[in-house]
Design a protein around this ligand. Structure first.
Ligand SMILES: [Zn+2]
Length: 169
């Protein structure tokens, strides 16, 4: 996948804190988008510091915080275009919010409903070996699991982390 390898190349480009303009421009050119100030800032936010999950609304807020101009529909269009060329992956979460993931390998997600954010489920933690055959005339494309979670009611605030065991105390 050509687009994916560009994303990787981005992450492998030395230890620079922020990607330089040239790389951002190259990514935008690849996506067939003009390098506007907003899109450059968008690329910076998405790929500048490792993998992340973003919603259109959240990313728009971050952009405004950086003083970058632009509408929410412009953010949405850019993200949709990025996902079409394989720079980000759209995560199907039931509801009104669209989520995009900069991690391109296929993986599943926890969705914290009350906090409205996504976390990766560790690789191979979900076994999907007993799927029904697709309906006649259809073929399987992919299975994307979203495990809905919420904070335990009595829980002390802790960093979100995956716990494989239960009852250990
Ligand atoms: Zn993810």
């Amino acid at each position: 996948m050509v687009a994916g390898s560009v994303g990787m190349a981005w992450q492998g480009e030395g230890n620079a804190e922020a990607p330089d303009d040239t790389a951002a421009r190259a990514l935008l050119r690849q996506a067939g988008l003009r390098a506007t100030r907003q899109r450059m800032a968008l690329v910076d936010l998405l790929f500048g510091c490792g993998g992340r999950h973003v919603s259109v609304e959240g990313l728009h807020r971050e952009l405004l915080g950086l003083g970058a101009p632009g509408s929410i529909s412009c953010v949405y269009n850019s993200l949709r275009r990025f996902s079409e060329v394989g720079l980000v992956r759209r995560v199907p979460v039931y509801g009104a919010t669209s989520y995009f993931d900069t991690k391109l390998d296929h993986h599943h997600h926890f969705y914290a409903e009350d906090e409205d954010h996504l976390m990766d489920v560790p690789m191979n933690a979900i076994a999907l070996d007993d799927l029904p055959p697709p309906p006649l005339g259809y073929e399987l494309v992919s299975v994307d699991v979203v495990v809905r979670v919420r904070r335990e009611r009595s829980a002390k605030p802790v960093r979100p982390s995956f716990r494989s065991g239960e009852g250990a105390s």
